[in-house]
Design a protein around this ligand. Structure first.
Ligand code: 5GP
Length: 205
């Protein structure tokens, strides 16, 4: 029996460590023929070491707005003055081939995906507590005190949206969080509804 490809969405508040967990997940042993990362488009500048087409598709504001107009994005959001969005074609192509596609996006975008693709697997990455989240945001060292306060206010709002997800994974330890995510993906593949066509053909009259 073969189950369909999964759309797996990892999201959570700013500063929780989504990027770190995603990188660790893809560095760990995983089936490279089965599990793929969806590269987002963004209008923000590339950071040192980031590669176009691998980390992001770096595009101009005009190009991004054209993508919105052409309905090429599954979702998009504005975050700290830049656009971020998920190209739709890649996801359609891969899931049709039975592959799993993994998105790492902020909360507003994740909830848009949930409305359009409710079959997806929605995972909320949560901080162990608010104090820990604040120290992570402060330790980035890039933000002025009022910006830190704005980010904390936003994070508190985003934490309220946790109940709309299927799973919550605490990021107390990166390796432990990765293992929990892998367990979720394995279990999701075994859900009855993902085998329905096979079950009807083979077992059910
Ligand atoms: P960064 O600029 O640090 O790479 O990303 C900023 C935020 O944008 C992170 O929370 C990241 O998860 C989110 N993000 C990255 N790609 C996308 C996307 O395609 N759509 C949405 N909605 N958020 C994204």
């Amino acid at each position: 029996m073969e189950s369909k490809g999964l759309l797996v969405v990892l999201s959570g508040p700013s500063g929780v460590g989504k990027g770190t967990v995603r990188q660790a997940l893809f560095e760990k042993d995983h089936d490279r023929e089965q599990f793929f990362y969806s590269v987002s488009a963004t209008t923000r500048q590339a950071r040192e070491g980031e590669v176009h087409g691998k980390d992001y598709f770096f595009v101009s504001k005009e190009e991004f707005e054209q993508m919105i107009e052409n309905e090429e994005l599954l979702e998009y959001a504005q975050y700290v003055d830049n656009y971020y969005g998920t190209p739709l074609a890649y996801i359609e192509e891969m899931t049709l081939k039975g592959k799993d596609v993994f998105l790492e996006i902020e909360v507003q975008g994740a909830l848009q995906v949930k409305r359009r693709m409710p079959d997806g697997v929605f995972i909320f990455l949560a901080p162990p507590n608010m104090g820990e989240l604040e120290s992570r945001i402060v330790n980035r060292g890039t933000d002025a005190p009022e910006v830190i306060e704005q980010r904390m206010t936003k994070a508190r709002e985003e934490l309220q949206l946790m109940t709309q997800y299927d799973y919550v994974v605490e990021n107390d330890d990166v390796d432990a969080a990765v293992e929990r995510i892998q367990t979720i993906i394995k279990a999701e593949h075994l859900k009855v509804e993902r085998f329905m066509d096979d079950l009807v053909g083979n077992y059910l009259q």
